[in-house]
Design a protein around this ligand. Structure first.
Ligand code: ADP
Ligand code: MG
Length: 449
């Protein structure tokens, strides 16, 4: 609990000013004078009135006066919240939970390698970057920040960057990134488990300091899911907790959302991410090539061609670069990459087959990992726990049988030798016969999306 010394010093002065505004002096003597300050952090002043009657009376008649006097005396905007004894108990428990929850391992869902350092700012996204960076100045002139734009233009990357930076600068704060279809799934599960599960889920969210919601257009528009979402959203909003939402369309174009939700989204700041210009695209490609240690092989003409081909979708562009990288890594000789080289690759259908997001092996591996609850790092590591080994084997099977990669290509991708790949593929062939979950995953080609 924090009580600011300025407030302590000025409390009697505040009370004296309030006394002049209160019609019944007995109410003042009996209740107001005896009130206890509970907490004053940020701009919220929590006061225990010791009685439900006093709380109601103050709320109905004197809240605005209190707010004005406190704000004037303390020279900042103060919000006054009157509590009863019962509220105070709840407040203390809530505070306690907030403080002691830091040690639990809240899954932030953040991908650590998407940061501001590897996010290129151009005219297409400058406004969005400027807006989210305000979060780190500790002020939040807008809430929520609603960012929309076509797929592949960096929305998810930006959300991760915000989350990562926020955690870096605010140790112990609670941050969560969530895709709205994953949120929907969690709600559906909770609903099937009953009311307690729903309350627990809601509380999990309500305790957050920063909530990043990706692809809100996929939020299922079922009534219950919406209702729970609105409740969580509203609570965080009123607690001044930061929310950043992304979407592929502006709030007013969202389908099937209740009006009150749309107006909440639109009540903060709405910003569009546009298509990047050529020089920004070139910077993005160059950064990626430096990271891949390929920059020295690339001719400017090759970079130009890539910007022309993939300028409206950076994800596809990265997919193409991954495929080129993949191709180069599997060649013995490192040839220079110019326009002709890329055209040739495209003509040979090599790149075309893989730049399609559905066929980029790295993306497929990522999806398989997510579906089975692990991550790419684990899969490429030396770890040998059963759960990881199985997912790794499933990756090898799908890459070989469905994407037609050869054994040595798979070996390079997953850092395994040839014979491990062969035995893994065989193992999964057996597993498919025995295990329904795996069979369904592989045969219904769920790894495609
Ligand atoms: P969206 O969520 O808008 O569909 P993503 O954030 O997934 O797009 O971006 C797609 C890919 O493009 C990611 O690999 C991301 O790192 C990359 N990317 C997008 N914008 C930028 C940028 N401005 N700088 C660097 N990489 C970017
Ligand atoms: Mg995205």
């Amino acid at each position: 609990m924090k009580i600011d010394t300025e407030l302590e010093k000025n409390w009697n002065k505040i009370l004296n000013l309030v006394r002049q505004e209160i019609a019944h002096s007995s109410f003042f003597d009996e209740y107001v004078k005896k009130m206890k300050i509970i907490d004053f952090s940020g701009n919220k002043l929590f006061i225990n009135t010791n009685s439900k009657f006093a709380k109601v009376t103050l709320n109905e008649n004197y809240k605005e006066i209190f707010k004005k006097i406190c704000s004037d005396v303390l020279e900042k905007d103060v919000e006054v919240i009157f509590l009863s004894n019962k509220d105070e108990k709840e407040f203390v428990t809530y505070e306690f939970e907030m403080k002691n929850n830091f040690s639990d391992d809240l899954n932030t869902n953040l991908q650590k390698n998407y940061t501001f350092d590897n996010f290129v700012v151009g005219t297409h996204n400058a406004q969005a970057v400027l807006a989210v960076k305000k979060i780190f100045d500790g002020e939040l002139p807008w809430n929520p920040i609603f960012i929309y734009g076509k797929t592949g233009l960096g929305k998810t990357h930006l959300l991760y960057a915000v989350g990562n930076r926020y955690l870096e600068e605010n140790h112990g704060k609670r941050v969560k990134y969530i895709e709205s279809n994953e949120y929907t799934q969690q709600v559906i599960n909770a609903i099937s488990e009953g009311n307690t599960a729903i309350e627990l889920l809601k509380n999990e969210f309500k305790k957050l300091d920063l909530l990043l919601i990706d692809d809100i257009q996929f939020l299922a528009t079922r009534e219950k899911t919406n209702e729970i979402f609105f409740d969580v959203f509203n609570t965080l909003y009123h607690l001044n907790k930061v929310m950043v939402v992304t979407s592929d369309k502006p709030p007013e174009k969202l389908d099937g959302f209740a009006e009150r939700m749309v107006s909440r989204f639109a009540s903060g700041l709405t910003i569009k991410i546009n298509l990047p210009d050529v020089s920004t695209l070139e910077t993005i490609i160059k950064k990626k090539l430096i990271q891949m240690k390929l920059i020295d092989l690339f001719e400017p003409s090759a970079i130009k061609l890539l910007t022309n081909l993939y300028g409206n979708d950076i994800r596809k562009m990265n997919g193409a670069l991954n495929s080129i990288n993949f191709y180069i890594q599997t060649q013995n000789k490192k040839s220079r990459i110019d326009e002709k080289f890329i055209e040739k690759l495209i003509n040979e259908q090599e790149v075309i087959r893989k730049i399609n997001a559905n066929y980029d092996p790295e993306i497929i591996i990522g999806r398989i990992c997510r579906a089975f609850g692990t991550n790419v790092e684990n899969i490429k590591s030396k770890k040998r726990n059963n759960e990881i080994v199985i997912v790794r084997q499933i990756c090898m099977y799908i890459l070989h049988k469905k994407l037609n990669l050869n054994l040595s290509q798979i070996g390079i991708l997953l850092k395994r030798n040839h014979s491990t790949v062969i035995s893994s593929v065989k193992k999964v062939e057996k597993l498919i016969k025995q295990n329904e979950e795996i069979r369904e995953y592989v045969t219904t080609e769920k790894w495609k999306d």
